[in-house]
Design a protein around this ligand. Structure first.
Ligand code: MN
Length: 259
């Protein structure tokens, strides 16, 4: 009987602890702006959900105080794809082939990333997101692949988002290799910009056959980015790319537990 009461007491202690430890991490999702409407693709939202996180869109703002308030509410950050980044932010003049630039989104993205890094909030950057991650930490971009990279392959596919149009080679022993396998993988490609000089805190962990950077990561795996669109695959049911989001959610869970 004594033993029963002891076990019951232990259970009563552990159950509430277990419940709080199992709470899903909150993943802030960056958005774009169209007139007075902010938006984020359902592909990102669904991918975070499938990976076990709770997605929340962070409204676009250039206010540092507001960004601080939003970052206090999240455990991980997903930086999404979108427009070109202003080259003035990485020390270059605009190429004639530069696309649309949205200055307030540049400020929002770079402020989110810099503040999240300082707070230790894990970040996954996708497409524009990997580019902003690199710029925020001191790297730069290729502004337009076709006009700047001789012998470049096609990085702006016309097929569906669930279709892998070019291969990437993944660095052995990297986080990306753990998530996707140490092999060539076919990925989708919807970009004409790419990481140029890579910030010293990152290593390059995947490249396309023409040398274009397709993935970067910090040594601890807390900050990482991909140039392709894993959310396009996950949304269409291709589970092979889900580990990328699961890693973000796992790191976010660890951050939440450390708060
Ligand atoms: Mn590509």
């Amino acid at each position: 009987m004594k033993r029963f009461f002891f076990a019951a007491a232990v259970l009563m202690l552990l159950v509430p602890l277990g419940v709080s430890a199992q709470q899903k991490p909150v993943i802030g999702v960056s958005c774009s702006i169209d007139g007075s409407t902010v938006e984020a693709g359902m592909t990102y939202i669904v991918s975070v959900r499938k990976a076990g996180g709770i997605p929340f869109i962070i409204p676009l703002t250039t206010s540092e105080a507001e960004i601080d308030e939003y970052l206090d509410k999240i455990d991980g950050l997903l930086m999404t794809g979108g427009e070109d980044v202003s080259p003035l932010l990485f020390g270059q003049e605009p190429s004639p082939f530069l696309g649309t630039v949205v200055p307030e989104r540049d400020t929002y993205d770079l402020t989110l990333i810099r503040k999240a890094v300082l707070k230790g909030i894990p970040i996954l950057g996708i497409c524009r997101g990997i580019q902003c991650l690199n710029i925020a930490m001191g790297g730069d971009l290729i502004q337009d692949i076709p006009s700047e990279v001789p012998d470049a392959i096609q990085h702006r596919q016309t097929g569906p988002r669930s279709y892998g149009s070019h291969t990437i080679t993944i660095e052995k022993g990297s986080l990306m290799a753990r998530l996707l396998g140490e092999k060539e993988v076919a990925v989708n490609s919807f970009h004409h910009q790419a990481c140029g000089k890579v910030a010293s805190c990152f290593k390059v962990t995947a490249k396309a056959p023409d040398g274009i950077i397709e993935a970067i990561e910090s040594p601890d795996g807390k900050f990482f980015g991909v140039q392709f669109h894993p959310e396009g695959f996950v949304y269409s049911g291709k589970k092979a790319f889900l580990p990328i989001f699961q890693h973000l959610v796992k790191m976010a869970g660890e951050y939440a537990a450390s708060k």
